[in-house]
Design a protein around this ligand. Structure first.
Ligand code: ATP
Ligand code: MG
Length: 392
């Protein structure tokens, strides 16, 4: 069998991105040769440190290389709003005693996170975030029952088209009051392709569950839940809902169970009975909220992977940020990145390779001997990575 060769871009970015991306690379290099895969790598630059050095948060060369050379990539983390020194006057925020998150007062002139630009320039229209609990002796699960679900978030439109305007409120005679408006744009094209991806994911998960011999006790396996608010937003969310329904009624999705749920009741049920769900597909804003909510149900940001998917390249990305509080200590949990390698491989149509990684990660967490401090352990990033490799 001829080896399939794949080229992977490595974009560590900032903070712990530089500690977890090498772990992801090592995992790829350690995949069993019996899979018949060969990998080559190219190091690429992006993020805040890159901005300081080069003046660009996402250099053209990075985008060009990803487009022309790479089948996949791993993206570490970038600072959203760089943490300025506390004596910096632009960092003063009277009501905020916590470390700055993304308040406008911490913006650095000319810098904006490259993630949005990267998604645009590479047509990465779906953000896929699997959230899975593995019961651990060192780390209590936030949910009573283990969860295993995926949020599939549309990534190009909805309120994120960022078409906003502010104008004087005509009902106010003083002329001081204002009105702000934002456009929520939903297209049938984007709704169709995101629902189609969700359907493919549900089919693949069902197949992988059955192939791995996992007990498929949940009636949920192979289920897609379409999330919307069409009872209020009958045109925008109405279009999302009807198009998603249509896409998921294609004959090759016959084996799937399709449900829909209004987003507010979705949140309620997600918190009460998260084990019910398999694949959830949502427009951009609801997907954003549901993704972070679901990540919280797993318990540590260090565990949750994601993939950015579109027409070409697939980019795996841990869902955590640059974590400046633990940067440089060698204790960042590499599992979010290692699982992101798995999700990337799944989308490259290499589910067997992904499964090797998932099983090794699950076994590492379940044993709980070599885990990082966020999971109640004392192991380093490197020790966890090596333990997972040993299990592969
Ligand atoms: P950014 O602005 O880059 O998002 P942040 O300060 O919001 O940075 P996050 O990366 O979002 O930090 O992390 C939030 C919290 O979760 C931090 O306390 C961080 O230490 C913890 N955390 C995030 N990722 C990991 C990881 N891989 N391993 C262990 N802890 C993590
Ligand atoms: Mg953050």
């Amino acid at each position: 069998m001829a080896a399939r060769s794949l080229r992977i871009g490595l974009i560590p970015g900032d903070g712990i991105g530089r500690e977890v991306i090498p772990a992801g690379k090592k995992i790829i290099e350690s995949l069993p040769s019996s899979l018949g895969l060969s990998f080559s790598f190219v190091d690429l630059d992006a993020g805040f440190d890159c901005f300081k050095r080069t003046g660009a948060a996402l250099p053209d060369k990075t985008v060009e290389t990803l487009k022309k050379e790479c089948d996949g990539a791993l993206f570490g983390a970038v600072r959203y709003a760089p943490h300025l020194p506390s004596n910096d006057p632009s960092n003063h925020h009277p009501t905020n005693t916590n470390p700055p998150q993304s308040s406008p007062s911490t913006k650095v002139a000319g810098y904006s996170s490259p993630i949005v630009a990267m998604r645009k320039s590479l047509s990465l229209y779906a953000n896929v975030r699997p959230c899975k609990t593995v019961l651990s002796p060192t780390f209590p699960s936030p949910t009573k029952t283990p969860i295993d679900l995926v949020i599939v978030r549309e990534n190009t439109e909805d309120l994120y088209v960022k078409e906003e305007k502010t104008y004087p409120d005509p009902s106010d005679p003083t002329g001081k009051a204002q009105i702000a408006e934002a456009i929520k744009r939903i297209s049938s094209k984007a709704s169709w392709r995101i629902a189609d991806i969700a359907g493919q994911i549900a089919l693949r998960r069902d197949k992988m569950r059955k192939a791995s011999g996992a007990e498929v006790s949940h009636t949920k396996s192979g289920m897609v839940t379409i999330t919307h608010k069409s009872n209020v937003l009958s045109q925008t969310d109405g279009l999302f809902r009807s198009t998603a329904r249509e896409a998921l009624s294609q004959p090759h999705f016959n084996a799937l169970k399709i449900e829909e749920q209004i987003v507010d009741s979705m949140v309620y049920k997600l918190f009460l009975q998260p084990e019910y769900y398999d694949v959830i597909v949502a427009p951009n804003l609801y997907g954003d909220l549901l993704s972070d909510g679901s990540a919280a149900l797993v318990g540590s940001l260090g565990l949750v992977p994601s993939a950015n998917v579109g027409e070409g390249i697939i980019i795996g990305e841990p869902c955590h940020g640059s974590a400046p509080d633990i940067e440089g200590k060698g204790i960042a949990n590499p599992i979010a990145t290692i699982r992101s390698v798995g999700v990337m491989l799944e989308f490259m149509d290499l589910p067997e390779a992904a499964e090797v990684i998932y099983k090794a990660v699950d076994a590492n967490i379940a044993e709980g001997r070599l885990v990082t401090p966020d999971l109640g352990g004392r192991a380093t990033t490197e020790e966890v990575t090596n333990d997972i490799i040993r299990r592969m």
